[in-house]
Design a protein around this ligand. Structure first.
Ligand SMILES: Nc1nc2c(ncn2[C@@H]2O[C@H](COP(=O)(O)OP(=O)(O)OP(=O)(O)O)[C@@H](O)[C@H]2O)c(=O)[nH]1
Ligand SMILES: [Mg+2]
Length: 439
C-alpha cells in the first residue's frame, strides 16, 4: 500500500494514499514515561484535532498506559483485541495512533485489525500534503513524505527477501518492483533536495536583502492565533481558522508601528510537539524569515491547558532551526478566553517578561507594540560614523548593513548618520572608521 502511494506521489507531486477524507477514525493514544500528557483529562485532544484537520470523523478513542512499547504491535495483545472490537462496533475505516509506529508495527496492526493504520507523523504529513499550495511547500512536503516512507519500503523489501531466502530463480516481479520503487524514490529524493536547495538559496538572498529593515516573525504552536494577530496588527487578510495547520506558507506584510515606522511582519507555519524531524528539516526554506528575523514573537494560546508544554515544544523546534539565539518575546494570546485567571498567573510567573494580549479583541495590543518598539530599539543604535573617503571597506559595509539617513563630505572624510545593529558597531570600527553612538 505504501509503495503505491509513493509511486503515485511521483506523478502528482504529492501523496494521496493516506488521505483520510470523510473516513471514520478510531484514535489510540499511549502514555509512556516520556509522554505524561496522555494521562491528562482529555488525552486525545490534540490527535483528535489533527484527525479532524485531515478530514476524518472521530468515532471512538482508546488510551493505554505502558512502561514500554510492545515491539510487535506497540500496544499489548489484549488491547489489540479491544481495539478490534471497537473498530468493528463503530464500523471504522482507519485507526490513528497518536504515537509513531515502527513500519513492522503498522503492518502487524493492519493485519490484526483489518483496517488502515496511520501513525502521528503520517497523519501530520498527510495534512501538510493536502494543504500545500505553493511549489515550495509541495516540494518540501513531498521530500518529507518520501524520507519517512523510504525506510518502510526498505524494511518491506528485506522482509520479503528473507522470506525468499536463497531463492535463486525465485525472484519474482514483486521484488524487482520493490527495488525499482526504492531506486526511484532515492532518485526523487535527490532531485527534490536539489530543487529545495535552489529555493533555499534564493530565499536566503531575498530575505537577506531586507536585512536593513526591521523584520519580525510570528512563530508558535499551531492554532495559537498567529494569523489572527497578523491580521489585527497589519490589517492583512490572511486565513484564520480554528483548525490545525491552516497556515503553511510564510506571508509577510508591512506593519506600521506608531512612533517607530515600518516593520515587516511575517506569519509562519505552526509547530507541534513531536513534529516529524524530516518535516522540520525540509521546511527550513519556508522558515527563512523566522531564521533571519530581528525579533521573534512567540505566540502562545494561553487558554490551552497545555500551554506550558506547547511553549517547550516550540522552543525545541526553534532550536532545531537554529533560531534560538534570536531575540524573542513571548506573547500570551487569547487572554479573552482564559476563564481561570490563576493559570495565566502561573504562566506569567514562569515567563515574567511575557506580554498578554487578545488578537481577537485587541486587548493588550498597545503594550505589545510598545514592547516590540523597545526590543527593536534596544538592538539598534543611532550612530555618527566618520570614515576616510579612501576607506572603501567601511563605505561598502555601511551601504550594505546600515540604514543611512544622512551622508556628507568634509575634507577627506565622509560622515554618515545611520541606524546600525549594535553588534555590527565593532565590525565598522575594525575598518578604521570612527563610530560615535548617538543614542
Ligand atoms: N478567543 C480567541 N480566539 C482566538 C484569538 N486569536 C485567535 N483565535 C482563534 O483561534 C483559532 C486559530 O487562529 P489562527 O490565527 O488561525 O491560528 P494560527 O496560529 O495561525 O494557526 P495555524 O496557522 O493553524 O498554525 C481561530 O479560530 C481564531 O479565531 C484570541 O485572541 N481569542
Ligand atoms: Mg495561521
Amino acid at each position: 500500500m505504501r509503495m503505491t502511494a509513493i509511486a503515485k506521489g511521483f506523478e502528482t507531486g504529492h501523496r494521496t494514499e493516506f488521505s483520510v477524507e470523510a473516513e471514520k477514525a478510531v484514535l489510540v493514544s499511549v502514555a509512556l514515561p516520556g509522554r505524561p500528557w496522555v494521562l491528562e483529562t482529555d488525552p486525545c485532544d490534540e490527535i483528535r484535532g489533527l484527525t479532524e484537520a485531515a478530514g476524518a470523523k472521530v468515532v471512538a478513542e482508546l488510551t493505554q498506559k505502558r512502561q514500554e512499547i510492545h515491539l510487535a504491535t506497540y500496544i499489548g495483545s489484549g488491547k489489540v483485541n479491544e481495539l478490534k472490537e471497537l473498530v468493528e462496533a463503530s464500523d471504522a475505516d482507519v485507526v490513528v495512533f497518536d504515537n509513531d509506529l515502527y513500519p513492522a508495527q503498522g503492518r502487524n496492526l493492519e493485519k490484526a485489525l483489518g483496517v488502515k493504520v496511520l501513525d502521528r507523523s503520517e497523519l501530520i504529513l498527510d495534512i501538510f500534503a493536502t494543504r500545500a499550495q505553493t511549489l515550495e511547500s509541495r516540494l518540501q512536503v513531498e521530500l518529507a513524505q518520501l524520507e519517512y516512507s523510504l525506510p518502510r519500503l526498505k524494511n518491506m523489501w528485506t522482509h520479503l527477501s528473507r522470506q525468499k531466502g536463497g531463492g535463486i530463480g525465485l525472484r519474482g516481479p514483486g521484488e524487482t518492483q520493490l527495488e525499482e520503487d526504492r531506486r526511484l524514490a532515492g532518485k526523487r529524493i535527490g532531485d527534490l533536495k536539489e530543487k529545495i536547495a535552489e529555493v533555499q538559496g534564493r530565499k536566503e538572498r531575498e530575505v537577506k536583502s531586507r536585512r536593513e529593515e526591521f523584520t519580525v516573525s510570528l512563530v508558535g504552536y499551531t492554532n495559537a492565533g498567529k494569523s489572527q494577530l497578523m491580521n489585527t496588527l497589519t490589517k492583512a487578510e490572511v486565513l484564520v481558522k480554528n483548525q490545525m495547520f491552516s497556515t503553511l506558507d510564510t506571508r509577510t506584510r508591512q506593519w506600521h508601528v506608531k512612533d517607530f515606522g515600518k516593520v515587516l511582519l511575517s506569519d509562519t507555519v505552526g509547530f507541534i510537539r513531536e513534529l516529524p524531524h524530516h518535516l522540520v528539516a525540509s521546511f527550513k526554506a519556508t522558515l527563512e524569515e523566522a531564521r533571519q528575523a530581528k525579533l521573534l514573537l512567540h505566540v502562545v494560546d494561553a487558554s490551552n491547558p497545555q500551554a506550558e508544554q506547547q511553549i517547550l515544544a516550540v522552543t525545541a523546534v526553534l532550536k532545531e532551526l537554529e533560531c534560538d539565539k534570536n531575540p524573542t518575546l513571548l506573547v500570551l494570546n487569547k487572554v479573552d478566553k482564559v476563564t481561570d485567571r490563576s493559570t495565566l498567573d502561573v504562566l506569567l510567573k514562569h515567563h515574567p517578561k511575557a506580554v498578554t494580549v487578545s488578537g481577537l479583541t485587541g486587548e493588550g495590543i498597545d503594550t505589545l507594540t510598545d514592547t516590540v518598539i523597545e526590543m527593536l530599539s534596544r538592538n539598534f543604535v543611532d550612530a555618527e560614523i566618520v570614515a576616510a573617503t579612501s576607506n572603501g571597506k567601511a563605505i561598502a559595509y555601511l551601504n550594505a548593513h546600515a540604514e543611512i539617513y544622512r551622508q556628507e563630505y568634509r575634507d577627506d572624510d565622509v560622515i554618515f548618520r545611520c541606524v546600525l545593529s549594535k553588534h555590527l558597531v565593532h565590525h565598522v570600527q575594525a575598518t578604521g572608521a570612527k563610530v560615535t553612538v548617538l543614542k
